[in-house]
Ligand binder design. Structure first.
Ligand code: DC
Length: 213
């Protein structure tokens, strides 16, 4: 198994804010607001895993085919910003489709895919001189030296409501797979501040986080 190289020590990257947590916890809303307030770029790393899952589906590759999916991750050109593109196509909406929701956790459990994505995420932060990065392993694996690590959570009911288009069964299944996989499972990173967003406004959460910086 090849492991990603150790993340850079503090000070060499610019400011990095790491936001992790399960589906529907509010990561995207918080990361957008923080990026705007702090004048930083934002990276949604879930969109990168979704783009690889989309690549597998559209090429009729079994998402569980370790080698074939790792090759896709290595060779696909993926850009994630306000829009998401892969191989020159705008796939912003396509990566939120039910078939991608179903395949993405299997793709994200692939160690080789993770190694490739982690390297790309670190390169992105170097190119952008830091940023607000959201995902599942950002504070634990990708940027263990992040300036601030946040673990967002919310009640199962509230998360299912926020992702109602996905269906609560699928959310629960995806969270289970993401938290129990062998490679970089979703967990509270060492030193992360845990925020439960259940019943709280985004404004209140942003204010709380900004006060820590
Ligand atoms: O945040 P999201 O729901 O769009 O993420 C899609 C999937 O990708 C999710 O099931 C977990 C996985 N993921 C991951 O394993 N590591 C990340 N850094 C980001 C997402």
């Amino acid at each position: 198994m090849t492991r990603p190289p150790a993340s850079q020590p503090p000070g060499t990257l610019g400011r990095v804010i790491a936001i992790d947590g399960p589906a529907g916890a509010g990561k995207s809303t918080l990361s957008r607001a923080l990026a705007r307030h702090l004048g930083l770029q934002r990276l949604d790393t879930g969109a990168m895993y979704r783009a690889v899952a989309w690549g597998a589906i559209t090429r009729d590759v079994d998402p569980g085919d370790h080698e074939a999916v790792a090759t896709l991750a290595r060779t696909m050109s993926i850009t994630v910003g306000d829009r998401v593109t892969a191989d020159g196509k705008d796939i912003t909406e396509a990566i939120r489709a039910p078939d991608v929701n179903r395949a993405v956790s299997v793709v994200a459990a692939n160690r080789d895919v993770r190694t490739i994505m982690v390297a790309r995420q670190r390169q992105w932060a170097e190119d952008h001189r830091g940023g607000v990065v959201e995902g599942r392993d950002i504070g634990s694996v990708v940027f263990p030296h992040a300036d601030l690590k946040i673990y967002l959570t919310a009640s199962g009911e509230e998360r299912a409501r926020r992702r109602s288009e996905e269906g609560s069964d699928w959310i629960a299944r995806r969270d289970h797979l993401d938290s129990t996989r062998a490679a970089s499972p979703l967990e509270v990173a060492e030193g992360a501040k845990v925020i439960d967003t259940t019943g709280r406004s985004i404004k209140a959460v942003v204010e709380e986080v900004l006060a820590w910086l």
